[in-house]
Design a protein around this ligand. Structure first.
Ligand SMILES: [Zn+2]
Length: 269
């Protein structure tokens, strides 16, 4: 699925997803600003993106992190388009890892691309300056793009999609995610351009809700650990269950990873 929704005169939301019963399983947002594209959506919508690109000129793509829902469209860009990413993401973009069936179904398998350039500190597009900011936590070295004057942050997956996140991948660092969100709160934003929710017009309240929830969950998990509870017992005490698709992720996501990450670090208190 592919939808293109202008946000204002400068920014267009490009929404990509896989359809299930004519409904998107989950949207992934890329954003066009001038001739720059921020992320490229999922591989299952790459063909639609290709059609869009045939009459919209994109010269540069800024990749926030190499997860398949953000980089799956890169392979359909014309050869002359320059792809920029954090240096640590380059190998994975050039040679995307083979996904398990569930993720091939949900997002599609990204194809290799030929070249990726290290992202500069900032990128100018028309009157705007997109400054690269570190948004590590969801993924190490994940980057976002801040237009300070306008108060725009293209935040990828820095702010969890559900307000009560309780599953995680092993590479996620929840304490770092909290401190990244606290840094986002200091940016004085007008709009948070989220990677899955689209443009959020009340960024402060949206982000604070997630910080408060994760900090409370962390304090609870740590207190239970101090009482001598195991990770399994902590999960039971905190009442976390499911979701239905957890098993299908074949261990890529789990509640245990979430609790272990909460317990691992000393920050966030
Ligand atoms: Zn991600």
């Amino acid at each position: 699925m592919f939808e293109c929704v202008p946000f204002n005169d400068e920014i267009i939301s490009l929404k990509t997803a896989t359809a299930q019963d004519d409904e998107p399983i989950m949207w992934s947002y890329a954003y066009q600003i001038g001739d720059v594209l921020i992320d490229a959506g999922c591989a299952n919508a790459a063909h639609d993106l290709e059609g869009y690109l045939s009459d919209h000129e994109i010269k540069r793509v800024l990749v926030t992190h190499p997860h398949e829902d953000h980089c799956g469209g890169l392979s359909v860009l014309p050869d002359e388009t320059v792809v920029y990413a954090h240096p640590s993401a380059v190998d994975q973009l050039l040679n995307p890892p083979e996904l398990d069936d569930f993720f091939k179904f949900v997002w599609g398998q990204p194809k290799p691309i030929r070249e990726v350039q290290p992202v500069p500190d900032q990128v100018s597009v028309g009157d705007y300056v997109l400054k690269v900011v570190d948004l590590s936590g969801h993924y190490s070295n994940m980057i976002g793009f801040l237009e300070r004057e306008q108060g725009w942050l293209f935040s990828a997956d820095a702010v969890p999609l559900p307000s009560k996140k309780y599953i995680a991948m092993p590479e996620e660092d929840i304490s770092q995610m909290i401190s990244t969100m606290e840094r986002i709160q200091s940016m004085d934003l007008e709009v948070l351009f989220d990677g899955h929710r689209g443009p959020i017009l009340t960024p402060e309240a949206h982000v604070q809700k997630r910080i408060d929830y994760l900090k409370t969950a962390q304090a609870r998990a740590k207190a239970l650990k101090e009482e001598g509870k195991s990770v399994g017992e902590i999960i039971a005490e905190m009442g976390y269950e499911g979701p239905w698709y957890l098993e299908a992720t074949k261990g890529r996501f789990s509640i245990e990873f979430f609790i272990e990450s909460l317990l691992r670090s000393d920050s966030g208190e």
